[in-house]
Every structure is written in C-alpha cells, then in structure tokens.
Design a protein around this ligand. Structure first.
Ligand SMILES: Cc1cc2nc3c(=O)[nH]c(=O)nc-3n(C[C@H](O)[C@H](O)[C@H](O)COP(=O)(O)OP(=O)(O)OC[C@H]3O[C@@H](n4cnc5c(N)ncnc54)[C@H](O)[C@@H]3O)c2cc1C
Length: 379
C-alpha cells in the first residue's frame, strides 16, 4: 500500500498548478463578476491536451489516467471552480459516453473533436419534473423513416448554448418507464433544438446553465447512442466518473478557501495578537485541514479505481459527499473566520462560498448519493 502520489502524478500536479497560476487565476475574478464564459481558458487548456486528458491517444486524447484528470480539475478549481466544472462536465459526461458506447462512425465524427477541445460536450438528462427521479423523464423520441424526432425540454444543462454536441436522453415509450429511455447525440445546430432560458445562479457564474427545448428536433438514426432502451443504464454508468470530477472541483474550492482564511488569520490582529494565535481559531482551522486531507484520500482513491477500470460507484458517491459537504462547510467557516471582510468581494472567499453550494446538488444531490451508498453498502 502506498498513499503517496507517484512521481508522474506529482509532476503533473506541479504542471497543472503552474498552468492555473498563469492562465486561470488572473481572470477568475472577472469571470465571476461579469458572468463570462471562460473561452480563452478553454482554448489554452485545449492547446495542452487538457480537454481530453484521460481519453485515449488514438481518439485525440492525451492518454493520461483518470487520477491525473482529478488533479487537473482540483488545481483549476482552486482558482476558478466554474472552469473546473465546465471541464468536468465536458469530459466525464460529455465525451465519455461516446468512448464507451459510440459506434466507430460516431467516434470518428465526435470523439477526436471533443478530446482535442475543438468541440465542447454537454449532457442533458434533467427535466422540470425529473430531477433526482431521472427515470421519470418525459421528452419523447419518435422514429420515422431514418430519423428520430425529439419533443420536450431539458433544464439546468451545463455548457448549454456553448456546447457543440449534447448527449440527450429521451423515451421511445413512456409506458415502459426507464426501459424506454434512449440516448442520442444531438448536434448544436440540429433543426428543432432551441436554447431556452439561461439561468442566473448564485455561483459558478462562468458556466452556462440553460434550458434546451426540442420541437420535433430531427436526429439521424445513426446518432442514437447504444440501443433503444439502454439510455438509463448509460446515464447512471457515466455519473460514477462525473461525481469524481465534481468531488475534485469541491476539493479545489475547500482548499482555496481555507488557504485564504489561514493567510488572513496570520495577519489580522485583535486583542493584541494575531487571530491565528488564539487556539479557538487555529484548532478550528486544524479540524478543517484534517477533513481536507481525508477528503483528498477518498477522491484520489476513487480516481485511482476509475483509472484501473474498477467499479467505483460506492467510492465515487462517498467521495462526492465527503468533498462537497466539506467545500460548503469550509468555505462558510472561512468567511466566518474573516469576520466582515469575509463577505467582501476583495478577499475572494465569498466567491468560493457561493460556488460551493451547487457541488452538493448537481450530478445527483448528496441525499441521492447517500441512497446510492446505502444500497451499495447493504448489498
Ligand atoms: C448549476 C447546475 C448545473 C446542472 N447541470 C446539469 C447538466 O449538465 N445536465 C443535467 O442533466 N442536469 C444538470 N443539473 C441538474 C441536477 O442534476 C439536478 O438539479 C439534481 O439532480 C437535483 O434535481 P432537482 O434540482 O430537480 O431537485 P429534486 O429532485 O426536486 O430534489 C429536491 C430536494 O429533495 C431531495 N430529494 C429528492 N428525492 C429524494 C429522496 N428520494 N430521498 C431524500 N431526498 C430526496 C433532494 O436531495 C433535494 O434536496 C444541474 C443543476 C445545477 C443546479
């Protein structure tokens, strides 16, 4: 047993840190305040192969492993959690569906473009009445001649409006429940697919969250992903990897907010001494850094299992709960430790507090993760 990152992973982490300092951090504040989609950062990432880091080289990826990808998202999210989240969705649930379930033709058309970062991917499962209960989706797919016609709508779609291709889930027969759910690859300029409401969120302001509307959207038969009725298991299988990505994003948020609070308490004086020299303050920080270390071990282990191609449903849900609850608690505590200044934009920590919340919600809420863990532990 070895709990250290390998020399390769340590080198990679250093490379991602430097990249983040040079290309992500300088614009992170502006991206949040102006709610800007970080196009330039994504181009820089594409130039280094980061948009397809764990994808095989034969399909245009960098051919690195999932643990390196975890480290990349963590480092980027320390500066800009929006960019970390965009990368996670693009890779885990925007590109992997095609690697795992695509035909040769689909791989030839989509995979190398997504892995190189020429195209951006997105994943559209959630509907107004089908959030946690994703099996209750009602968007329909009707086959006529050589085309499927999609009708309905999707909500809260990350990368929506910016993505070039969406993995969309629809039912071919609502009377058979989840067994009717089927996955489709939908190009951005598909006739009948419209971009609806763009949501205004409390955090992750750099990422887009939109409604997709389908009005007889015409999808070629060849763009069905997997067989009819295989969509629901496909969606669930992708979420294991997706949840590890969100957990890595949460590690970045927790770690960055704690570093800001630590730095602040070492400088600010009250009652004639540094805040950090009060045990109430230093022991509080000690508790959070301890939780951070535990969360890292869990997230890296889940990433390592995925790198080895092992089943990691339980581990990815556990890692997501641990890291995202920590991101919320740690960023909230960091704001508190800084008093009034914690709430000022100038100190940046309030941004992590706003960005942290959604990590507990998307790719399955933490209540749903607990249901997954209970099911896995009891089986
Ligand atoms: C910023 C953002 C980006 C997103 N990106 C995407 C995306 O790219 N693609 C996509 O398809 N979806 C996306 N989503 C949707 C996200 O996955 C859903 O919001 C999430 O699954 C929860 O669904 P819901 O919001 O409808 O909440 P609901 O399912 O209505 O749940 C509301 C509350 O009830 C709880 N609850 C529900 N069922 C149970 C139960 N059985 N037991 C205990 N508690 C329960 C939930 O945990 C939650 O606290 C995104 C959401 C956000 C906020």
């Amino acid at each position: 047993m070895n709990f250290n990152l390998s020399a390769h992973h340590q080198r990679k982490r250093e490379e991602y840190r430097q990249f983040t300092q040079e290309h992500i951090k300088p614009r992170a504040k502006e991206i949040d305040e102006k709610k800007m989609f970080p196009r330039e950062a994504l181009q820089e990432m594409a130039a280094r192969g980061y948009m397809g880091l764990p994808l095989p080289r034969e399909w245009g990826g960098k051919g690195d492993d999932f643990l390196s990808y975890v480290l990349l998202i963590e480092e980027i999210s320390k500066a800009c959690p929006s960019t970390g989240g965009i990368l996670s969705v693009h890779t885990s649930v925007g590109t992997y569906p095609i690697l795992y379930y695509g035909t040769e033709t689909q791989k030839n058309k989509y995979l190398s473009r997504l892995a190189s970062g020429e195209w951006l991917g997105a994943f559209a499962l959630t509907e107004t009445q089908a959030g946690s209960d994703a099996g209750a989706i009602s968007t329909t797919a009707r086959l006529e001649d050589e085309y499927y016609y999609l009708n309905g709508s999707k909500v809260f779609i990350t990368n929506g409006g910016e993505a070039d291709v969406y993995t969309v889930f629809a039912t071919i027969d609502s009377s058979i429940g989840k067994k009717g759910i089927t996955a489709f690859l939908v190009d951005k300029d598909t006739p009948g697919m419209l971009i609806g409401t763009k949501e205004e969120k409390m955090g992750l302001n750099g990422s887009t969250t939109v409604e997709l509307v389908f009005e007889d959207a015409r999808i070629p038969l060849n763009n069905r992903l997997g067989k009819e009725g295989e969509g629901f298991p496909i969606a669930l299988s992708l979420l294991d990897g997706g949840r590890i990505g969100i957990a890595a994003q949460a590690l970045g948020i927790a770690s960055a907010s704690l570093e800001i609070a630590l730095d602040f308490t070492r400088q600010r004086e009250q009652f004639g001494q540094k805040l950090f020299d009060f045990q109430g303050v230093s022991c509080t920080l000690a508790d959070y850094f301890t939780r951070l270390e535990a969360a890292k071990l869990m997230v890296y282990r889940a990433g390592w299992l995925k790198s080895r191609g092992e089943k990691c449903t339980k581990e990815s849900s556990m890692a997501k709960v641990m890291a995202t609850d920590l991101a919320m608690d740690a960023s909230s505590k960091s704001v508190s430790l800084m008093g009034a200044r914690g709430g000022l934009k100038e100190y940046h920590v309030e941004k992590y507090f706003r960005d942290a919340k959604v990590t507990q919600i998307y790719e399955g809420t933490n209540q749903i993760q607990r249901m997954v863990i209970a099911r896995e532990v009891l089986n």
